[in-house]
Design a protein around this ligand. Structure first.
Ligand code: ADP
Ligand code: MG
Length: 246
């Protein structure tokens, strides 16, 4: 597998608060990397640095050998190749589902309406929501809105997809329908970085798991390495805070 995303000595702080303290990570095409770690350890900030939503103090992030952070004008197009799905879906309330997901491809990628709608309907079909295309976001459940948000990200044809705790705000019965969509994306070979507290899901989806704490990568390995053979005391005590299916 070829390397697609490379992070070198990434350092990020907010004023005098150091959040990321020298992160090195190389992600291969088609790899699924799950990031776990205690609340406040910098997981969201890390993902935001990867698609240029945050400026960085040191180091660099490159996608297919093009530097995308530090951000410069020439890197704007490369950044569009990284899609992100957040905990809050941020759909436009006064636009229908179909409008929500075709807006950016038409504006940013200058795609024709009919063509964008064709792809949108196929993707909605795939996540089981084609019947909701003319509904408004308020008429959908949280799990349905999150699946729409995933479709919206896919419409931009990203090379890499970032997921930041996308099920954290959902009722338990809706978590599975969203995780199943992400699992199916993993199976079709998409490159993804996923922050989650769903440990059973992490085990099922990850090629590699990264444990972050205090702005650093403390341990990484296969799900078996991380869950069955944690080496550091920090990871061991972090895992104790979860009950998960073994
Ligand atoms: P996680 O996602 O792992 O819970 P975050 O990346 O959200 O952690 O936050 C890491 C640290 O950075 C926290 O201490 C948080 O308060 C701080 N932080 C995050 N965003 C900002 C910001 N925009 N300004 C100042 N501090 C921030
Ligand atoms: Mg977070």
């Amino acid at each position: 597998m070829d390397e697609i995303l490379k992070i070198e000595q990434l350092k990020k702080s907010f004023d005098d608060l150091s959040v990321l303290d020298g992160i090195d990570l190389s992600v291969k095409k088609g790899e699924v990397v799950v990031i776990v770690g205690p609340s406040g350890c910098g997981k969201s900030t890390f993902l935001r640095c990867l698609n240029g939503l945050e400026d960085i103090q040191e180091g660099r992030v490159s996608l297919e050998s093009e530097v995308i952070n530090p951000v410069s004008k020439s890197t704007v197009n490369a950044r569009k190749k990284i899609g992100m799905v957040f905990q809050s879906y941020d759909l436009f309330p006064h636009k229908t589902i179909l409008q929500n997901i075709t807006l950016a491809p038409m504006k940013v990628h200058k795609r024709k309406k009919a063509e964008a709608e064709g792809e949108a309907l196929q993707l909605l079909e795939r996540v089981g929501l084609v019947s909701k295309k003319d509904n408004y976001p308020r008429q959908l459940s949280g799990g349905q809105k999150q699946r729409v948000a995933i479709v919206r990200a896919l419409m931009m044809h990203p090379e890499v997809l970032l997921f930041d705790e996308v099920t954290a705000a959902l009722d338990p019965e809706m978590v599975r329908e969203v995780l199943e969509v992400i699992l199916s994306l993993a199976k079709e070979g998409r490159t993804m970085l996923i922050v989650t507290h769903e440990m059973a899901f992490a085990k099922a989806v990850a090629d590699r798991i990264i444990f972050m704490d205090g702005g650093k990568i403390i341990e990484q390995g296969t799900p078996d390495d991380i869950f069955e053979h944690p080496k550091t005391e920090r990871l061991q005590s972090f895992l104790k805070t979860f009950t998960y299916d073994r």
